[in-house]
Design a protein around this ligand. Structure first.
Ligand code: AMP
Length: 352
């Protein structure tokens, strides 16, 4: 067990790290952020900040020397440089990063555990793409295997003509069949070092242009009916990885049952409602899990909650948002409101 007062290291300096840091501070921990960007919004609320590239082994080793445990808020942290952390525990185990960083590995892993994924094929050339479209059909989505997020690195292919018009990027790709879904939802769980698993209520998620727009709990009953099967898969994933911390799996709800879209070995945007809407938030239980503390209850504390992301200029609406006293406003303190950038979120609770 890592007692309060010790320092937790967080790799990555975005809003997830910032909200993890708030939860850690509440439990009496100190937080040290490691991120390559000098304007880290997580570092602004922490006592220590190492601003260095991921492959700066000396900086990584100095960072580790000050931490009792290290975790991550960003799933594209390169795995090889993490060797410089030496004997300081890194949780969740980096095997979760390796699995989740490559969409091809991730889907194969989910299928090995008995889950369903969209039909997929690896694409490394125009000829591969032609073969994949012939095998899987159109419409489909071409995605970069690595480093994609918020709909970046994705191309919708409605017909082979779309593929002809594409200038294929010179990185490994994956072609996925388009899943006909009637809803999207996520399963978020926390697993303790001793193997206890707690699930939060599954939020129903709506995406706009590949970016999460809203997460609503409870999900509508048709979507909620798919949660038990999805949870069973998420639990298998957590056990297979001997996972410690918060793990997220995103699903499509289809007439044939849940189809797993992707996993994130971390706290997740679709779980932000848990800060006010659950007895223990995803951020607090992540900190508890990696420090070896008992987990808190994940039960819904309200009748319902709707979390809406504030993207780009939407964050400027904060006076109107605060004018509704049932709203909880979170602004991340990012300087530039670029289109598509997550600037904050608002959670509206419905009480019982
Ligand atoms: P991703 O980056 O894989 O999480 O995709 C972002 C969003 O794009 C998803 O939440 C879906 O709304 C949509 N999407 C991604 N992959 C597929 C697919 N194979 N079929 C249908 N919609 C998809």
């Amino acid at each position: 067990m890592i007692p309060p007062g010790e320092t937790i290291g967080i790799l990555g300096g975005g809003q997830l790290g910032r909200m993890m840091a708030f939860a850690a501070a509440r439990l009496g921990y100190r937080v040290h952020i490691y991120a390559p960007e000098p304007d880290s919004i997580a570092a602004e609320v922490c006592s220590r900040f190492t601003c260095a590239e991921w492959d700066d082994a000396a900086a990584m080793a100095r960072f580790a020397a000050e931490c009792a445990v290290v975790t991550y808020e960003f799933e594209n942290v390169p795995v090889a440089p993490l060797a410089a952390l030496g004997n300081v525990p890194l949780l969740p185990h980096p095997r979760a990063l390796e699995t989740a960083q490559d969409r091809l590995n991730e889907k194969a892993f989910v299928q090995r555990l008995g889950g369903t994924a969209a039909p997929f094929m690896a694409v490394d050339s125009a000829a591969d793409l032609t073969r994949a479209m012939a095998e899987i059909g159109t419409p489909g989505i071409l995605k970069t295997r690595r480093d994609g997020y918020d709909g970046k690195g994705q191309w919708r292919i409605m017909s082979p003509a779309d593929a002809d018009a594409l200038d294929l990027p010179a990185v490994p790709l994956i072609y996925e069949g388009f899943v006909r879904f009637f809803g999207e939802f996520s399963v978020i769980l926390a697993r303790s070092a001793g193997g206890n698993v707690h699930f939060w209520d599954s939020a129903e998620n709506v995406h706009e242009n590949g970016i999460l727009d809203t997460s609503t709990v409870p999900a509508n009953p048709r979507v909620a009916a798919q949660v038990p099967a999805a949870r069973a898969l998420a639990q298998k994933v957590a056990e297979a990885l001997d996972y410690v911390g918060v793990l997220t799996l995103e699903f499509f709800a289809t007439d044939d049952g849940p189809v797993c879209n992707e996993m994130a070995p971390r706290v997740h945007n679709s779980g932000h409602w848990t800060i006010e809407g659950a007895l223990t938030s995803q951020f607090e239980n992540h900190i508890r899990a990696i420090c070896g503390l008992p987990l808190g209850l994940t039960t819904l504390a309200v009748r319902g909650a709707v979390m809406r992301n504030l993207i780009g200029d939407e964050a400027h609406d904060w006076p109107a948002i605060l004018a509704d006293p049932a709203n909880h406003l979170h602004l991340y303190g990012k300087a530039a409101a670029r289109p598509g950038r997550k600037m904050g979120h608002v959670t509206r609770l419905t009480l019982g």
